[in-house]
Ligand binder design. Sequence first.
Ligand SMILES: Cc1cc2nc3c(=O)[nH]c(=O)nc-3n(C[C@H](O)[C@H](O)[C@H](O)COP(=O)(O)OP(=O)(O)OC[C@H]3O[C@@H](n4cnc5c(N)ncnc54)[C@H](O)[C@@H]3O)c2cc1C
Length: 426
Amino acid sequence: MKISRRNLLKSIGVSMAGGIFINGVSSQRVFGEEKGISKVHKPVLPPPTGKRVVILGGGYSGLYCATTLRDLAPEAEIVVVEKYPFFISGPSHVDFVAGLKHLDEITRSYDPIAGRNIRVIRSEVIGVVPEEKKVLTASGNLEYTLLLISTGIRIADEDVLNLIEQPASNAHAWEIGETVEMRKRVEAFTGGRFVVTVPTAPFKCPPGPYEVACLLREYFNNKKVKAEITVVDANDKPQPGPLAQKWTGVLEAREIKYMPNSKVVEIAAGARQLITDKGEKVGYDLVSIIPPNKAATFIRDAGLGDPFVDVDPATFSSKKCDHIFATGDCAKVPYTKSAFTASLQGKSVAHHLAMALGPLGIDVKDPDPIYNVCYPYVSSEESMMVRADWDRDGKMLKADADNPKKEYASSRAAWERGLISGLFGS
Ligand SMILES: Cc1cc2nc3c(=O)[nH]c(=O)nc-3n(C[C@H](O)[C@H](O)[C@H](O)COP(=O)(O)OP(=O)(O)OC[C@H]3O[C@@H](n4cnc5c(N)ncnc54)[C@H](O)[C@@H]3O)c2cc1C
């Protein structure tokens, strides 16, 4: 099936006369102060001479969009803005914390991406000014024709009392610096109470917290470290939904205590206690709080959505501003916040961006609907399997799950290698 340009433009709200409008966003609120700031910043690149697509975030979604769009729109200038100098694969954070992989196995240079005629700029995005089609970065302004936001999630430490003032009281596997610290703490742990907390869904990698608990149970057992492990979950059942019952059995079999409906709202580091929204006190010797996941604050400040970017799940175009698109973990879509769907969303939005750029002289195929496949670890040797399929409008069609198997652990390794090599070649 082909997308007709007229229908696509209609669906993303661009008038056939070529005008792009901003919908439902108060220009006063969004542009008031930032407009002044954007004028005093120096440009990080000269204004575009042709069509420029700027992609914020060089993670799975941003990079799969960039490389797909390179093929679909050879004339367009593509710029990726990324705050870190290296790509680090998210799924392997779990492997690293459990001692199954080294960091050098999961980091990649952006050079192969730059080698495909995609500019990769290292800078931190601090704002978006939709009215001026400008991105504000720590290094200067950047003008765009179309913008993709794919900056993943931000860890909202501020939602857990005392975490901002006492950052060293916690470590988790959801950000790279924290992951390195958590590994050190796991290695140094000599026994006692280990507590992992789960934020309210949606959050990045729904099975992740339970995988961490299971892998560390195995690691501590192998080291003969006596650990009492508890998962304190803000949700009413383990995530994602299709795996809930299976996780319950897996956790029980590993003597991991499970506390549903318990949202951690405070850490009392001096007393080594977590406090939940119901006032329960949970003692710990080693703690891994995963705070709520939200999109970057510049998204909220630009009026594009809070806590995630409001988009149409079929086209990924912003509901507030039609030259802006968002995919992956930062977008408010029904798809799982996973590397797998983020990559597919990146490929999919490349088609919508290509069509929105204008006549291309090639047929752009209607992108495939999004689905997710994931192989959550229950031990270093066995994984479960979960799969979910959505239609083009983001309605869930079906979801399946399967019990732990050795072959799924191999599938997991091959799956992640495939995702990485799809971008970097090896
Ligand atoms: C412990 C753990 C286990 C996981 N396991 C799995 C798994 O088994 N299977 C699976 O499919 N997924 C898994 N994931 C989830 C997966 O890693 C994410 O869902 C995926 O990476 C999301 O892709 P993304 O492109 O949306 O965001 P990201 O990959 O997070 O990329 C966002 C990029 O934007 C950059 N960025 C952010 N803010 C700015 C800014 N202001 N300026 C410039 N750059 C910025 C970041 O540095 C980053 O490179 C796991 C994640 C974790 C943490």
